[in-house]
Design a protein around this ligand. Structure first.
Ligand SMILES: Nc1ncnc2c1ncn2[C@@H]1O[C@H](COP(=O)(O)OP(=O)(O)O)[C@@H](O)[C@H]1O
Ligand SMILES: [Mg+2]
Length: 217
């Protein structure tokens, strides 16, 4: 089970596993089990695992598992009887496998704090891995990855950019690199400068701030 804030690369990591593992990879998002198939979530879970057994060795990845695995809420939405049934079916399927067997289960969530305790019980997921917001070393690597295909001015200071992107997620750092590229394009420049990167950080970090303000208003 991978958990951490949105945009830290959990889905990306699962895709990397899919790419590297010599196994059938079956991906489903928790919300697909709820919205698209209302009334048949449990049935879909059964079919998902039947397919996984059939195509073994296989990996079942349930992204955003909180959509079905959230503790009962008062508003009656995520805690509805239908969602509960879907979760019960998932737990039953998970218990049906040997940990070292041919069907492995991966899942990801932004809201581990909200997850139903039954999912976190020993024996369900044998590794519960935090994917945190990147530290300075990781941020520098992420910046290098997302600027790899850009023409950078020699003045681009990776150490400075890594320092100033503190608190940003991988997805936000990717947005910074993309915005910096856009600034350069708008000026019809041939390269992305350090100033473009700084302007992009302000823009992306500013948007973040706006969103927070809107949320608390
Ligand atoms: N650690 C990382 N390294 C490189 N790119 C990242 C990283 N984390 C996020 N990204 C970028 O942000 C995008 C969205 O991340 P995603 O995997 O959807 O995050 P999550 O599933 O944790 O919300 C990725 O496709 C990738 O381009
Ligand atoms: Mg994701």
């Amino acid at each position: 089970l991978l958990y951490g804030p949105p945009g830290t690369g959990k889905t990306l990591l699962a895709k990397a596993v899919a790419h590297n593992a010599k196994a059938t990879f079956i991906r489903m998002s928790g919300s697909e089990l709820v919205h698209k198939y209302i009334g048949e979530g449990a049935q879909l879970v059964r079919e998902l695992f039947a397919l996984a057994r059939d195509r073994a060795p296989s990996i079942v990845f349930i992204d955003e598992i909180d959509a079905i695995g959230t503790t009962r809420t008062n508003d009656g939405t995520s805690g509805s009887a239908e969602v509960q049934r879907t979760l019960m079916q998932l737990l039953a399927e998970m218990d049906g496998f040997d940990n070292r067997g041919d069907v492995r289960i991966m899942a990801a969530t932004n809201r581990v704090d909200m997850l139903d305790a039954a999912l976190l019980r020993p024996g369900r997921f044998d590794r519960i891995i935090e994917i945190p917001v990147p530290d300075i070393v990781a941020r520098e690597e992420i910046i290098r990855i997302h600027t790899r295909k850009m023409t950078l001015s020699p003045d681009v200071n990776f150490a400075e950019i890594s320092l100033l992107t503190e608190g940003l997620t991988g997805a936000q750092i990717q947005a910074v690199c993309r915005e910096a590229g856009m600034f350069a394009v708008r000026k019809s420049a041939f390269e992305v400068t350090n100033q473009d990167m700084l302007d992009a950080i302000n823009k992306v970090a500013g948007e973040e701030h706006d969103t927070e303000e809107r949320m608390f208003r």
